[in-house]
Write a protein that binds this ligand. Sequence first.
Ligand SMILES: Cc1cc2nc3c(=O)[nH]c(=O)nc-3n(C[C@H](O)[C@H](O)[C@H](O)COP(=O)(O)OP(=O)(O)OC[C@H]3O[C@@H](n4cnc5c(N)ncnc54)[C@H](O)[C@@H]3O)c2cc1C
Length: 381
Amino acid sequence: MDFAPTDIQTMVRDTARKFAREEVGPYAAEMDKQAKFRMELVQQMGELGFMGVAFPEEYAGGGMDYQCYAIVVEELSAVCASTGVVVSAHSSLCCDPIYKFGTEAQKQKFLPDLASGRMLGCLGLTETSAGSDAGNQKTTAVADGDQWVLNGSKIFITNGGPAGVGVIIAMTDKSAGHRGMSAFIVPSDAPGYKVAKEEHKLGIRASSTAELVFDDCRIPRENLLGKPGEGFKIALATLDGGRIGIAAQAVGIAQGALTAATAYAKERVQFGKSIGSFQAIQWKLADMATEIDAARLLVQRAAWLKDAGVKSYGTQSAMAKLFASDVAMKATREAIQVFGGYGYIDEYPVERFYRDAKITEIYEGTSEVQKMVIARSLLRD
Ligand SMILES: Cc1cc2nc3c(=O)[nH]c(=O)nc-3n(C[C@H](O)[C@H](O)[C@H](O)COP(=O)(O)OP(=O)(O)OC[C@H]3O[C@@H](n4cnc5c(N)ncnc54)[C@H](O)[C@@H]3O)c2cc1C
């Protein structure tokens, strides 16, 4: 067992950290306040290979592995969790299913624009009546000549507003239940595709969370991803990978909170001493650091399993997300406590980290759903 990062992983962490601090950091608070993402960052991250870290260079990807991808999402999230999820949803939820299940023609057509950051991607799975129960889809897709016609809507779609393309899950055979779901690659300029609404959120406020409506939305027949009836399988496989990205986001948020709290503990003086000299504060920092390290190891193990081509790593990615999201909640709460009153106001970033942490317990499967996934693997057979 080797815990030492490779030279490439060290280089990726250094590059992502520098970019996050120098190029994202100056805008993070303002993007959060305005609830608006600075799209220039997507272009800059595309140039650095961050929009397609784990995809081969022949598709304009970074040619690296999923461990490097998790490192990039963590480092971005340590400064701005919105930037972390823009990259994570784009890479894990849109690029990854096209790379894994797409035909060569689909990969050639969509991946170079996506992986280079020229175009942003999203995944449309959730509907008003299909949240944790993702199999309860109402959006339909019907074959009509050489086209598919989609009708229905998707809610809470990350990157939904600016996305140029989405992987959209829809029912092609209602009578077959979740085996009647199929996946489609839907360009946002397809006729009948509408961005209906942008949500206002507690955290990750700069990332777009939109409702997408398909009103007789027509796409070419060849935009079916995988085979008819494989939509549920594709969605679950996609979420197995996606959860590693969200777990990495949670580790990043927690680390960002710890870094800020540690610096503040050194400089804030009360009772004539720095508050970092009080054992109560030291123990908070020690617990945060230990739990963040444990979460990071779970994230890297799940990413390593995916890189190793292990068929089933869903339990390990669920464990990583479950644990890391809990760590993010605790670390950000304790960071505010270390800051006292200053933690509660927006002069420092910890109140933003606290608001951002909550979503990691909800999207790509709530913590309760992660426990269902883990328990199912324990009780199988
Ligand atoms: C900011 C944001 C971004 C998102 N991005 C995307 C995206 O890009 N693409 C996409 O498709 N979706 C996205 N989602 C949707 C997200 O994945 C869902 O909100 C999430 O899966 C939970 O579904 P729900 O909101 O319908 O909650 P519900 O399923 O209604 O759950 C409500 C509560 O009941 C619990 N619960 C439900 N079923 C069970 C059960 N069987 N056992 C125990 N407890 C249960 C849940 O854990 C939760 O606590 C996003 C959501 C948000 C808020």
